[in-house]
Ligand binder design. Structure first.
Ligand code: PLP
Length: 380
């Protein structure tokens, strides 16, 4: 039998896929940033009063853009590219209390993309300066609750992509590992006397970091529990207690990076074992005491984390228990010289931090907790 003649070539024009070339290069740049980064330190300061309870501080202030948001920004941009939402020339837009925007501005510049940060006018001067130095533009709104709609509007006007950390933080981070913050912490704990800490303590902004830690604890079947810290002017704590995600409040949190006026989609209460809402004066007092103790200035959210850790340590001591506690240094105090480190600012806010600092120092020196010092959780 003679073979049938071949089909003629179909007239099927195929696209050049220049966008894919761009995405390939962009992903290479993001992987490069990760490859050139070392793991962050897990500090182990020794306080005599905490004898028998080892405490660890995961220092996220040493990333190239100064906070734990360096990890998140890289993940969010990677997520956008890999989902086909970010391409050559896409304007990146974010709603932020500042740290995320600083890190995203850095990555936008690395990729040659325009960047717009939508923030409240009260955002620290240092963060605004950093965003602008990375070539980003700042768009200000008056209230924390206005950032979401304003960011979406800027994205619509520019034909850009709203990165939306508050929605995507929990899913842009690989929950099973890939060097996420939880995997890094537990790997660094592996050879310690108590490799499974009793508690990891973390405050919530997007809720993404606590979601990653809580999921990872379950995935690795660890005995560690997760305590999430909330602050004044925020709804996370009430939402957790009442099981109500629809709660809102109008004021903005005074502690930059944490506390939100709505229950962010990335906050996952089901993986949280305990929550406490702490007074801002206590958080700022703890921030200053910790900064003195470790010879480096930390930010306000780190103060909230550290106060939560001290409360749990006090409880463990009262029960005669030993073990380990872990929390995070989220960013450096250099961003807050005009606010939390300014005595004038603290006084103008009506915050009385001196007696709280004294009580906390006494606890760290002697282990004696002063229940009347105004450091404890706020009542429901
Ligand atoms: C974002 C942020 C947090 C909270 O982390 P989330 O993962 O968003 O909950 C804490 N401190 C600072 C300084 C932050 O920027």
């Amino acid at each position: 039998m003679t073979p049938a003649p071949c089909d003629p070539l179909p007239d099927l024009p195929l696209p050049d896929c220049v966008e894919q070339d761009w995405a390939r290069r962009a992903v290479g740049l993001l992987h490069g940033d990760a490859r050139r980064s070392a793991d962050t330190h897990l500090l182990k300061p020794v306080f005599p009063g905490l004898n028998g309870i080892d405490i660890y501080l995961k220092d996220e202030s040493t990333h190239p853009t100064g906070s734990l948001k360096h990890r998140l920004a890289r993940s969010l941009v990677l997520y956008g590219i890999c989902n086909g939402l970010i391409g050559a020339g896409t304007t990146l837009v974010e709603a932020s209390s500042g740290s995320t925007a600083v890190s995203e501005a850095y990555f936008a510049r690395l990729l040659g993309l325009p960047f717009v940060a939508v923030m409240t006018r009260s955002t620290s001067r240092q963060k605004v300066a950093e965003i602008e130095r990375f070539g980003g533009r700042c768009h200000f709104v008056e209230r924390a609750s206005e950032v979401y709609a304003a960011a979406q509007a800027v994205a619509d006007q520019t034909g850009g992509h709203y990165l939306d950390q508050f929605t995507y933080a929990e899913r842009a981070t690989d929950w099973r590992g890939n060097n996420n913050i939880a995997e890094s912490i537990f790997a660094q704990m592996a050879q310690e006397p108590h490799p499974e800490p009793d508690w990891v303590v973390m405050s919530a902004g997007t809720g993404g970091t606590s979601a990653t830690i809580g999921r990872y604890i379950r995935y690795r079947a660890l005995k560690t529990r997760l305590c999430v810290i909330d602050v004044e002017n925020s709804v996370f704590y009430d939402a957790y207690r009442r099981g109500d995600r629809s709660l809102c409040c109008s004021g903005g949190s005074r502690i930059e990076g944490i506390g939100r006026p709505r229950v962010e989609p990335s906050f996952l209460p089901a993986v949280v074992d305990h929550m406490m809402r702490l007074p801002d004066a206590g958080s700022i007092a703890a921030m200053r005491v910790l900064s003195d103790g470790i010879f480096r200035q930390v930010g306000g959210s780190t103060g909230a984390n550290f106060l939560g850790l001290c409360l749990i340590a006090a409880r463990m001591r009262a029960q005669g228990r030993q073990g380990a506690l872990v929390t995070l240094i989220c960013d450096s105090g250099a961003r807050y010289v005009d606010s939390y480190y300014s005595d004038d600012w603290v006084a103008a806010q009506g915050l009385d931090i001196a007696p709280r600092m004294d009580a906390l120092r006494r606890f760290l020196d002697t282990g004696v907790w002063d229940a009347t010092a105004g450091l404890g959780p706020l009542p429901d």
